[in-house]
Design a protein around this ligand. Structure first.
Ligand SMILES: O=P(O)(O)OC[C@H]1O[C@H](OP(=O)(O)OP(=O)(O)O)[C@H](O)[C@@H]1O
Ligand SMILES: O=c1[nH]c(=O)c2nc[nH]c2[nH]1
Ligand SMILES: [Mg+2]
Length: 175
């Protein structure tokens, strides 16, 4: 992928692209749920938007959970991380379910990278269980459960951000 961004993880700076298909993502979310099923039960799921909405829907279906809240955080403009902005915190009803500290609540995100987003949400709910589908080394200590670790210089391309397109052959420089 060619663009004008320059984060270390971006492919044009030598970072490795890690494309994930819908099938693969679904499988990884189900694998995550197998692990979470051993940890629960949970009162509710809190998805970190927007990326966490997709795994949260799959995990909620598999765990039979119907109480779903969001914490809305914005930081990346494509692959450039800016200042973290909390656009919406935990709803009062859900915070009460978790006794104010998040006990028995499940936080779900698509990935942890630097860990900044995860750290912020952990501060809000220190006793919640934090799950992410993918983890990079810097963010890994923040998650309780994850499925696949990728290197810090990898950029994960999620299926909702990508489309099928022609790729040049590897010997011609394809990533
Ligand atoms: O560990 P960090 O370095 O904080 O990065 C991880 C966060 O970055 C992405 O979200 P983003 O801010 O891009 O918003 P989005 O979920 O709306 O795409 C991803 O979904 C995680 O929430
Ligand atoms: O699509 C994404 N892929 C990533 O690797 C990443 N890291 C932070 N935010 C990210 N978004
Ligand atoms: Mg996100």
């Amino acid at each position: 992928m060619v663009n004008n961004h320059s984060e270390p993880g971006a492919p044009e700076r030598g970072g490795k692209p890690f494309p994930v298909s819908w099938d693969q993502f679904h499988r990884d979310c189900r694998a995550l749920t197998w692990r979470l099923n051993e940890v629960g039960p949970f009162h509710a799921i809190i998805a970190i938007t927007r990326g966490g909405l997709v795994p949260a829907a799959i995990v909620a279906r598999e765990l039979g959970l119907r109480v779903i809240d969001t914490v809305c955080v914005a930081s990346y403009d494509h692959d450039q991380q800016g200042e973290l902005r909390v656009l919406k915190g935990v709803s009062a009803d859900i915070a009460k379910l978790g006794g104010g500290t998040g006990k028995g609540l499940l936080i779900v995100d698509d990935l942890v990278d630097t860990g900044k987003t995860g750290r912020l949400v952990r501060e809000m709910l220190p006793d919640a269980h934090f799950a992410a589908v993918y983890a990079k080394p810097q963010g890994r200590p923040l998650v309780d459960t994850f499925i696949t670790e990728v290197s810090q210089d990898t950029w994960i391309h999620f299926p909702w951000d990508t489309a099928l397109s022609f790729q040049p052959p590897i010997r011609d420089g394809a990533g």
